[in-house]
Design a protein around this ligand. Structure first.
Ligand code: SAH
Length: 454
């Protein structure tokens, strides 16, 4: 076993699921933050266990060819972008391998070749949403920032290299407001304090930006002081509160209180416009979202005659993308505000052949198709959160036996697990296409086409 603070020379051989470099010494696996496969470095042990240890790079002895200098000044400390020190080509190679490994090892599909990942031309400043926790610096000044990796220690951040240029003015305005108003940042340890997170989202196609403070309460002191500052920032159209009084690390609570201006942002993808509540999920990378949805549309193979289900539909983005090419689209989503947006979005775009239902997909889909056997399903699209699809949902999908299933996934491991179940039930994998929605991070999106072999 190593000792804390011990120094050792290590060659980084691989990378973990959470983005740490992996090396071995004396039979012990060492995880090293901000290290890249191919680096040889002097590592200081931070935490030692019997079979593994965590360390940090003290000195780079020989850098890997895959290494780069991050543009972001807080990259070394911030836990947001785990791959900041890896050049973009290497990041893409890593994600490609991750998807292929999951398909082969977890799914057991030894004859499926994953298609080359679609990356970005410019993998910076792509995000349309930021969420910054509030806290206090050692000297008591209110700070906004990001969590350091593996901890809830806040790294004060003036700007994030992945967000749009100009977002730093919002952070500055909120910081000034916190200092001047005396509004207390929330303390995770004690559960006391008011301001938990600052959330901001911008519609890249419209420029509209909404700021939402997540608060442990229902009011903030002198809200007009904050609005006066925010209102001067180009693009900012609204300020609202989200109420989260739970002692939890889930960011959002379930109540929204509009304060000034609009509570939702409008954005466009292709020729469809969307209203997006701060409570609703919306893809964070508009450039790659269009690529992803176009792939989903192509995989769906619609001719205008199909009944399509879009399960885990959010604000109806994929549903409306597909509706123009289908007979009817049914969307199901668990967040009520997202479904309100979805219905309004269908109406605003003059799309009459899409219906939306609130509830868990695993409850609503069996119930509706059970009650109305005539509805049927020619194509099913699923786009679940990282934990993947519910088993009841998978078995209902098999029972409905659509010709094609389009599975959009943000976690290749649960994708592979679910594909195994669907393929055992009579489907064949036709295409597996990774799309890089999250440059800088370890995450990867994949869209997969399955066809019914019966
Ligand atoms: N397809 C949408 C949203 C995908 S994100 C888009 O591309 O924008 C996954 C969505 O699943 C989120 O909106 C989340 O709120 C929703 N969700 C999570 N669990 C669910 C469940 N059990 N049933 C239905 N929707 C669920």
């Amino acid at each position: 076993m190593f000792q804390k603070n011990q120094l050792l020379t290590l060659t980084i051989e691989d990378i973990s699921d959470t983005g740490e470099g992996i090396g071995h010494a004396d039979g012990i696996t060492v995880f090293v933050k901000n290290a890249v496969p191919g680096d040889t470095c002097e590592v200081r042990i931070l935490k030692a266990k019997k079979t593994y240890a965590f360390g940090k790079t003290e000195r780079l002895i020989r850098p890997s060819a895959g290494r780069t200098e991050p543009l972001c000044p807080v990259a070394a400390r911030c836990g947001g972008c785990q791959l900041s020190f890896m050049n973009y080509q290497e990041q893409l190679r890593l994600k490609q391998k991750k998807v292929q490994d999951c398909i082969t090892r977890i799914g057991g599909f030894t004859d499926v070749t994953v298609e080359p990942i679609i990356g970005m031309d410019d993998p910076h400043a792509y995000r349309n949403k930021g969420q910054f926790p509030a806290g206090r610096a050692a000297d008591g000044t209110p700070v906004l920032g990001f969590y350091a990796g593996r901890t809830h220690r806040i790294i004060p951040t003036e700007a994030c290299g992945m967000l749009w240029p100009g977002h730093e003015r919002i952070l500055q305005a909120v910081r000034e407001y916190l200092a001047a108003s005396g509004a207390e940042p929330y303390d995770e340890e004690t559960g006391r304090g008011l301001i938990r997170h600052v959330l901001m989202r911008k519609g890249f196609a419209t420029g509209e930006t909404v700021v939402c403070l997540v608060v442990n309460g229902t009011k903030i002191p002198v809200p007009e002081m904050l609005w006066e500052k925010l209102n001067k920032i180009p693009g900012v159209v609204g300020l609202c509160l989200n109420v989260n009084r739970e002692k939890t690390n889930v960011i959002l609570g379930d109540r929204l209180i509009p304060l000034f201006g609009k509570a939702s942002v409008t954005d466009r993808i292709g020729d469809i416009s969307f209203e997006i509540s701060p409570m609703a999920f919306y893809q964070v990378n508009p450039v790659q979202t269009k690529v992803l949805y176009e792939k989903a549309l192509a995989f769906a193979g619609l001719t205008g005659k199909e009944t399509v289900w879009d399960l885990y539909c959010g604000i109806g983005t994929i549903s409306l993308f597909l509706a123009k090419h289908a007979k009817h689209v049914y969307g199901v989503e668990i967040i009520p505000e997202a479904i309100e947006n979805a219905k309004a979005n269908a109406a605003a775009n003059g799309i009459g052949n899409a219906s939306f239902y609130v509830g868990a997909a695993e409850d609503v889909f069996p119930e509706l198709t059970g009650k109305n056997p005539d509805i049927g399903a020619d194509v099913i699209v699923v786009d679940p959160p990282r934990k993947g699809c519910d088993e009841v949902l998978l078995s209902t999908m098999l029972k409905m036996a659509p010709s094609r299933i389009v599975y959009v996934s943000c976690d290749p491991a649960t994708l592979a697990r679910d594909l195994k179940i669907l393929c055992a039930g009579g489907y064949r994998i036709e295409r597996v296409q990774p799309v890089d929605q999250f440059p800088g991070s370890v995450h990867v999106e994949t869209v997969c086409l399955l066809s019914n072999i019966h």
